[in-house]
Ligand binder design. Structure first.
Ligand SMILES: Cc1cc2nc3c(=O)[nH]c(=O)nc-3n(C[C@H](O)[C@H](O)[C@H](O)COP(=O)(O)OP(=O)(O)OC[C@H]3O[C@@H](n4cnc5c(N)ncnc54)[C@H](O)[C@@H]3O)c2cc1C
Length: 321
């Protein structure tokens, strides 16, 4: 058997995307993961492109690179990614014209929403078209593309980075919340997110509440036959059982914006944990004369940063390989 050049740990959206670009750049890559892609926290995400609970000086660069990549993927229905029209709106007493949009909405060519089109209780907002992913389908696409690029994915838990570097000269750590243990990084903090999946009563546009309090983000994202209703952002909580009261509150908040959701049949509940950190960690660290490159701590923006961070890792790997 030919020895591998890079071992990627983790098969969420960060690990799969990174492993794909590494393998497609000509390197011999293997992926080791504790859970299959559909069982990772990434699978629970909504998911829409945009910054949420993540910081880094290169955030804008990485998110724009990802935006460009997702726009290309949206051209292929098999990827699970599509471009969707929708609205982000804020409550409050701002003038009808509203304040200037945040930079990321400008990047999506957002335009002010005419006041007559705002949901009840909202003062201003912007319409724009953003990439969204049906995450289970998107992870299936990424897994298939990884296999086509010639990389093996195997189930297993890596217990130390020192052990991992014995298997390959370069190890890329994409373990999300798992980095707390694997990299001994207490800065990674769980932020629990809960969603309700309902049958689509005919909604074809997304909605997101523009708010400064991130505890209970209200949003819904239609994905063909179903709609993802959000959500929660509970700092320090990492349990993954769903909470009936929180689910009821999510439905109530979404139905207040879009009454058609009030009696939509609940299909399932999703809970995932965002790997929050003071700053996303994309960094090279030597371990026993070999290389570990970290790529974790993307908070609520792992989908939105995935291709940009993966490219950064590819540049780092080729610099040390
Ligand atoms: C409810 C919810 C909604 C979200 N919505 C959005 C959104 O709209 N847009 C957006 O951009 N982001 C969103 N996010 C955030 C996004 O999902 C995360 O940032 C992203 O999933 C992080 O991906 P990851 O691959 O780094 O981590 P994970 O998906 O957690 O994957 C970690 C991987 O590492 C593996 N692993 C961990 N430890 C070990 C070990 N010791 N050995 C081997 N394998 C290990 C796991 O098995 C897994 O494969 C949302 C998250 C949640 C929970």
């Amino acid at each position: 058997m030919t020895s591998i050049e890079v071992l990627v740990i983790g098969a969420g959206v960060s690990g799969l995307t990174t492993a794909i670009l590494l393998a497609e750049s000509g390197l011999r890559v293997a992926v080791r993961t504790r859970e299959l892609p559909r069982d990772t926290h990434s699978s629970a995400a909504g998911a829409i492109w945009g910054p949420f609970l993540a910081t880094h000086q290169h955030l804008s660069k990485w998110s724009l690179e990802t935006l460009a990549a997702l726009r290309v993927l949206a051209g292929d229905p098999d990827t699970g990614v599509k471009l969707l029209d929708g609205l982000e709106a804020a409550r409050g007493t701002e003038p009808v014209s509203g304040p200037e949009p945040p930079e990321w909405i400008t990047q999506l060519d957002g335009t002010p929403c005419p006041p007559g089109q705002l949901p009840k209780g909202f003062a201003y907002g912007w319409r724009f078209i953003a990439p969204v992913a049906n995450m289970p389908a998107y992870l299936d696409y990424l897994t298939g593309r990884l296999a086509k690029a010639g990389a093996d994915l195997t189930l297993g838990t890596v217990t130390s980075l020192a052990d991992a570097v014995r298997e390959a000269p370069v190890v890329v750590n994409c373990t999300g919340l798992g980095a707390r243990e694997l990299a001994g990084d207490d800065e990674v903090v769980p932020v629990r997110g809960q969603l309700v999946i309902v049958e689509n009563p005919g909604i074809d546009r997304f909605f997101g509440e523009h708010a400064s309090d991130f505890g209970e983000p209200t949003y819904f994202l239609p994905h063909g036959d179903h709609v993802v209703l959000g959500g929660t952002a509970e700092h320090g909580r990492a349990d993954v059982g769903h909470d009936h009261r929180a689910a009821g509150a999510i439905v109530d908040r979404c139905a207040a914006v879009e009454p058609a959701l009030r009696h939509a049949r609940v299909l399932s509940h999703r809970v995932g944990i965002r790997p929050s950190r003071s700053s996303v960690r994309v960094e090279h660290v030597p371990v026993h004369g070999r290389s570990v490159i970290h790529n974790y701590g993307h908070g609520g923006s792992g989908f939105s940063l995935s291709w940009g961070c993966a490219r950064e890792v590819v540049r780092m790997v080729h610099a040390v390989a």
